[in-house]
Design a protein around this ligand. Structure first.
Ligand SMILES: Cc1cc2nc3c(=O)[nH]c(=O)nc-3n(C[C@H](O)[C@H](O)[C@H](O)COP(=O)(O)OP(=O)(O)OC[C@H]3O[C@@H](n4cnc5c(N)ncnc54)[C@H](O)[C@@H]3O)c2cc1C
Length: 432
């Protein structure tokens, strides 16, 4: 079993940027070469700005190459909850932003001919109990009332079998707009496009300090110093003491993934006949999909721990048991890959885009960053270029996580709480 991401293992690197000299002067210095940083770099360079992307490791090292490659509609919180919090008009605006974000990914794929298997295969949300199905019907009505999107389809216990080869679930909901992609190839394609447009990427270049000299920022890396007019922090769940104000506002939660051997056409079609991007309705959700070569990629917050080789292997055992409970037909299938990564959860599970002490940031994607990091990076770049930008989330207050200074000591407590809530919801809904 390989302890690296399947996406990374099956992608040609976009280049070797480990020895590219760190530029002395740029218009914009970006910290982090994931989807946020690369998408921003591409847009900035196309707009004529000089830009340096400074990455501690290599392109896509963070969550961007470790996720499930699902670019789906919907906020990290339910639409009903968003209406309660922000009122109907803003909730609709926020919800539709995710739809725009998928279109941004799709446009970039086409514009730059990125061969990454982008397909609008649809999103499948899975219900464990009758209460979950009732909640899905409420969501379906609420989304229909927006009037701007295709209908969601809710499936009861008799129909869910058309969507999944499992007796584990009580129902489901299909959103046809959701997409899947080979995210490693997408990240790599973005990096190639950004460099072609004139951006400089520097790998093995951790930023160790940020300071000011007059109107300019002094960005110190281990390989040199950059003087920049603007700085964009694009560090997501890997946000550190470099930016303590942001670090206090992001909870880095480990999410883990296993990937089977190729299943073959018949078994793949049995497991997920329409190749949807699937996730279930628990707090500690399981998410799964087929890869382009018919492996089942199966992920979840198996443990409330940070990713490490030991943690990833222990998570793999937990995930494998869960996968086989849902799909007994995969009981004898080999697991070829396991890996983990950090998801950047904000207190309100909303995206946060803005500026603090003259430094720009975009993070808090709360597990929904494949589409939104790409879109948000592009839009923040447009703002920096002085163009019209689509940044509806910039008005949301960004609250610190109480007691969060330094390492996230509280993760096991959050995990235990989430287990209790899931257990209670299953018992209340009649599933033991
Ligand atoms: C297991 C897992 C599954 C997921 N599944 C999905 C999914 O299916 N769909 C979805 O929408 N979202 C998913 N996500 C979330 C999604 O991957 C992220 O929201 C998104 O990739 C964030 O991109 P980013 O560019 O902002 O950050 P990242 O890709 O995390 O990049 C941040 C980069 O910053 C660099 N960095 C940090 N500090 C410094 C420094 N001081 N100097 C230089 N560089 C630095 C890091 O090395 C890192 O490469 C998942 C995440 C995980 C971990």
């Amino acid at each position: 079993m390989k302890l690296i991401s399947y996406w990374q293992d099956t992608t040609a690197p976009p280049g070797d940027f480990r020895k590219i000299p760190v530029p002395e002067n740029v218009d914009v210095a970006i910290v982090g070469a994931g989807l946020t940083g690369l998408s921003a770099a591409l847009e900035l360079a196309r707009g004529g700005a000089t830009v340096a992307v400074l990455e501690a490791h290599h392109v896509g090292w963070g969550a961007s190459n470790r996720n499930a490659g699902m670019a789906t509609t919907g906020l990290a919180i339910g639409f009903g909850q968003a209406v309660k919090r922000y009122g109907r008009d803003r909730a609709v605006e926020y919800y539709l932003e995710y739809d725009k974000a998928i279109s941004t990914v799709e446009s970039l794929v086409h514009e730059h001919s990125i061969d990454c298997d982008f397909t609008r295969s649809g999103k499948l949300s899975l219900a464990l109990t009758p209460r979950d199905v009732a909640a899905m019907r409420t969501t379906q009505r609420a989304i229909a009332s927006i009037g701007a999107l295709p209908d969601l389809m809710v499936l009861g216990p008799d129909e869910v079998g058309k969507e999944i080869g499992s007796h584990y679930y009580h129902g489901g909901m299909v959103d046809p707009l959701g997409a899947g992609l080979h995210v490693g190839k997408f990240v790599s394609g973005l990096a190639v496009a950004a460099v072609a447009a004139g951006a400089t990427i520097c790998e093995d270049s951790p930023v160790v300090s940020l300071s000011r000299e007059g109107a300019r920022h002094v960005v110190q890396t281990t390989r040199g110093v950059v003087s920049a007019k603007e700085v964009l922090i694009a560090t997501s769940g890997y946000t550190s003491a470099l930016t303590p104000w942001l670090q206090r506002r992001v909870i880095p939660v480990g999410s883990f993934v296993i990937c089977t051997e190729p299943l073959g056409d018949a078994l793949a079609a049995d497991v997920l006949p329409h190749r949807r991007m699937a996730s279930d309705a628990k707090m500690l959700t399981y998410y799964f999909r087929l890869t382009p070569d018919n492996r089942l990629l199966f992920g979840g917050r198996a443990r409330f721990a940070l990713s490490s080789p030991d943690s990833d292997q222990r998570s793999a055992q937990i995930l494998r048991s869960a996968m086989v409970e849902i799909f007994p037909q995969l009981g004898d299938r080999r697991i070829d890959y396991t890996w983990g990564g950090l998801v950047d959860i904000s207190m309100d599970q909303m995206v946060h885009v803005g500026e603090h002490s003259g430094v720009h940031y975009s993070l808090g994607y709360s597990g929904h960053g494949v589409q939104m990091a790409t879109h948000s990076g592009q839009q923040i770049a447009r703002k920096l270029l002085g163009l019209r930008a689509d940044l509806p989330f910039s008005g949301i207050a960004f609250r610190p996580v109480p007691g969060h200074v330094g390492p996230p000591w509280f993760l096991p407590f959050i995990g235990a709480g989430a287990h209790v809530v899931d257990r209670w919801n299953l018992l209340r809904g009649g599933k033991s």
